[in-house]
Design a protein around this ligand. Structure first.
Ligand code: ADP
Length: 236
């Protein structure tokens, strides 16, 4: 959500800073700002429909996506935040794989996890977030592991609920809304996947995501419900 705003600020500030920038440059930068506004509007639309859990309003545009490439892009975008927080951010690809995902939405889901790993780290010098990509013939596995503050056991299911924050003061300080993990979970479920959390207070958290490589079209509501039930059972 913040990335388009950051881009717009950089574009606007550099124009202001230049004072007598040529008209061509104004046009070019305004064009870029306009594109960022479109992107922001789309993200907000998506978020609103996800928050309402209004599944019928969510259209997934799935296509075969190189997962390693996608994760590299996510890490690239989060590197500045990691740097400010002095967190080492690494990607370990055990197996390169492609999966049928909606790249924008799925990226958002994983980005939330990595961003949380950075935000809720608290380590002064040796903080890290490690992202691991692996696959077998059926599934793609993405693990996001940090050595941060961890999540108390009695909160571990609750963090996936909308607006739930463990430490409200800290979360507000870091700009949290309590929506990130709810959105992440919803997106992963939409991809017929599951997400698991294991965490220990003071030691760190690991989120494990599993999605099928191929999306199976659920032709009837009954099939969709049965798939959802299957996922729910596996999740427990
Ligand atoms: P927020 O916008 O508050 O970050 P999220 O839904 O992403 O909302 O996360 C919910 C809460 O779960 C956070 O407020 C935080 O307390 C906790 N949390 C999420 N990820 C982590 C993590 N990697 N380590 C520690 N706590 C976390």
């Amino acid at each position: 959500l913040k990335t388009p705003i950051t881009s717009m600020r950089v574009l606007a500030d550099s124009l202001i800073g230049m004072g007598d920038a040529p008209l061509e440059l104004y046009k070019e930068f305004m064009g870029d700002i306009s594109k960022e506004i479109d992107r922001e509007a789309k993200i907000i639309d998506d978020l609103l429909s996800l928050v309402r859990m209004d599944r019928s309003a969510i259209v997934l545009s799935r296509k075969e996506t190189d997962m390693h490439e996608m994760l590299e892009q996510i890490l690239k975008r989060l590197r500045p935040l990691a740097k400010v927080n002095r967190i080492e951010l690494t990607l370990h690809t055990v197996r390169e794989v492609s999966a049928d995902v909606d790249e924008v939405k799925f990226s958002l889901a994983i980005m939330n996890l990595v961003e949380n790993g950075i935000k809720y780290n608290g380590n002064q010098n040796d903080g890290y977030v490690q992202v691991t990509l692996d696959a077998d013939h059926q599934f793609c596995y993405i693990r996001v592991e940090d050595n941060g503050i961890g999540i108390p056991e009695d909160q571990q299911e609750l963090v996936f609920e909308r607006f739930h924050r463990v430490d409200k003061a800290r979360s507000r300080e870091t700009g949290g809304t309590g929506l990130g993990l709810a959105i992440t979970k919803e997106i992963i479920l939409l991809h017929q996947g599951i997400i698991r959390l294991s965490s220990e207070e003071g030691k760190g958290s690991t989120f494990q995501v599993r999605i099928p490589l191929k999306y199976i079209e659920s032709s009837t509501p009954a099939q969709a419900a049965s798939q959802k039930e299957k996922n729910r059972k596996e999740e427990n």
